[in-house]
Design a protein around this ligand. Structure first.
Ligand code: ADP
Length: 547
């Protein structure tokens, strides 16, 4: 017997319709590429997203054709999120920090038909357009009078001229909720980029989940700043969840330095912000010397790479901001786990609570996870035994776009397909996940594993260290031994011996790195993560002391 409830497909457009009707005057504030601040409302987003949909219809773009963006977090990008997906096309957000060769490769692989870009990326577009024969139209996200002349880019129009004259009414179409809505290529920290292809259903379910109290706890009372880019995994789904709850949205545009982000948080009374650790590092670096304080910021989600304990402590103790440590990946839309406490933890000492908060957290309903050993057998959830982390759920990839890389899923005894994340983790009896490492980065020393994340966290807790990366180097007896590559804070001093001494008592003796390498900078990838592949290449001639 089937249930007798109405059937409505889960549509991205319905989020915007809801926001317009119930939170029409809710504010959207954007710092623009031009440097000024732009303000309007959810009702304006809805009206202009309908114009975008109309403009795509006028251009004859077919259902499921790809519209790419090279854009910062801002209101026009938000309109494209809804106008493109809502009308049945696929929004392909491209990471502008990638190399031009990779951008051209990705645009061709995705078969993008239209590409919209912020003016800061004009040089990038000039470098790649000739290699993207499939792109029929290039849209500069600007007013008509700002359209660059003699750019050499064919079929270039200004966004405002393109969509601004369209009628503002439009009936959002209803179609199968499993239709593709947006796509994002993995940043390729490991291997070739492959695309996750999200659907309307997966995005709406993820939006519900992200807003839950033990996830981002978003509400109509919040002023939300996604520092995490809209060009990578849909800014962790915030543009969708924000419409669902009707919060105020604040977009930082291209100004991601500590000073600009701090000033925006204060000016727009931001209560919740989200970003990767490197962004917050810059902001705390700006705030500390000037003795600045937050007046409204209450919570921040930090994820994308391990959040150093020192940062969680600094936010909590020095600024009274609760850090929610999160783990996820492009293939998971991206949220997988988020760290909030349970009722039974409330009586614990602040230190014991902090120890829990350092973990990546509990699974969100909708994400099943397990850790397995080399034979595919489940590993006990005791917080100590580690294994390869597998996940499944309605917003986890089934396969990559165009079947690239074959079938990624691993079947269990019941025939259920699990996605192997490539991460190694422990899970404790309360279900708290802790990422030990990426399987490619974990250091295998004499049959035992050393977590590069643990080694890095200790280094950055030293007052003289700004950034640290731990890699394994070949060793004739132990297979691999860890070394730590560090960047010192400006003006700070620490010697190799002092830093190695700093490890004593903080980790097992055999896990202490064999050497410290001082460098001026550590290579970062397009999403602000340490590029260990590049670091290993740079240090390929490095020899351990005494060998
Ligand atoms: P890519 O895989 O291309 O680098 P993603 O942004 O999808 O891009 O990265 C996902 C990976 O980032 C995870 O598999 C994990 O290794 C790492 N990661 C994400 N969040 C955390 C976190 N809180 N702690 C440790 N590692 C994390």
């Amino acid at each position: 017997m089937l249930g007798l409830m109405q059937e409505h497909p889960l549509m991205i457009s319905s989020l915007l319709e809801f926001a317009e009707r119930h939170h029409g005057d809710g504010e959207i504030v954007s710092r623009r590429v031009e440097g000024d601040i732009h303000r309007y409302t959810w009702a304006d987003v809805a009206r202009r997203a309908r114009q975008v949909a109309r403009a795509l219809d006028s251009d004859g773009l077919a259902f499921s054709e790809r519209v790419a963006t090279l854009a910062w977090n801002g209101y026009r990008h938000l309109e494209l999120y809804y106008g493109v997906s809502g009308s049945g096309r696929v929004l392909h957000t491209i990471n502008p920090r990638l190399h031009p060769d990779q951008i051209a490769w990705i645009a061709n692989h995705a078969e993008d038909s239209v590409l919209a870009f912020d003016l800061s990326f004009l040089p990038l577009v000039q470098a790649v357009h000739a290699r993207c024969p499939n792109v029929r139209k290039w849209i500069a996200l600007c007013d008509a009078d700002k359209l660059p002349q003699d750019s050499g880019v064919p079929n270039l129009v200004s966004y405002e001229a393109w969509m601004g004259t369209q009628p503002t009414d439009y009936a959002w179409p209803k179609f199968d909720e499993n239709t593709a809505s947006s796509m994002c290529y993995t940043s390729g920290t490991t291997g070739n980029p492959k695309a996750a292809l999200y659907s309307h259903r997966s995005s709406v379910l993820h939006a519900y989940a992200a807003a839950l109290p033990d996830v981002m706890c978003l509400s109509a009372r919040d002023s939300v700043l996604p520092v995490v880019p809209m060009f990578h995994v849909n800014a962790w789904g915030i543009p969708y969840s924000a419409a669902m709850v009707g919060c105020k949205l604040v977009f930082p545009g291209p100004a991601l330095d500590g000073k600009s982000v701090y000033e925006l948080i204060e000016a727009e009374k931001v209560t919740f912000a989200a970003g990767v650790p490197t962004v917050w590092q810059m902001m705390l670096g700006h705030m500390k010397p000037a003795n600045l304080r937050f007046s409204t910021l209450k919570r921040t989600v930090i994820g994308g790479s391990a959040c150093p304990p020192a940062m969680i402590g600094a936010f909590q103790d020095d600024y009274g901001v609760e850090v929610l440590h999160a783990w996820g990946m492009t293939e998971m839309s991206p949220l997988g786990t988020l760290c909030t406490l349970k009722n039974k933890h409330m009586e614990m000492s602040p230190q014991d609570r902090l120890n829990i908060r350092l973990k990546q957290g509990r699974a969100i309903f909708g994400v099943d996870m397990k850790i397995v050993d080399g034979d595919g057998q489940d590993v006990t959830w005791d917080g100590k035994a580690y294994g390869d982390l597998y996940v499944k759920g309605p917003w986890v990839v089934r396969e990559y776009f165009k079947g690239e890389g074959g079938d990624p899923l691993v079947k269990d005894a019941n025939g259920q397909g699990w996605f192997p994340t490539g991460d190694v983790a422990t899970i404790d009896a309360d279900g708290y996940l802790q990422i030990t490492d990426r399987s490619k980065d974990v250091i295998k020393s004499g049959g035992e594993w050393i977590s590069s994340i643990d080694i890095e966290n200790i280094a950055v807790a030293h007052p003289a260290i700004a950034m640290a990366a731990c890699i394994g180097v070949r060793h004739p007896k132990w297979d691999e031994r860890p070394i730590v590559v560090v960047v010192k804070k400006p003006g700070a001093e620490v010697t190799r011996e002092e830093l190695l001494k700093f490890y004593e008592g903080k980790t097992a003796k055999w896990q202490i790195p064999d050497d410290v390498v001082f460098v001026d900078a550590i290579p970062l990838g397009a999403t602000g993560k340490i590029l260990k592949t590049r670091l290993r290449e740079t240090l390929k001639d490095y020899k351990l002391p005494g060998l």
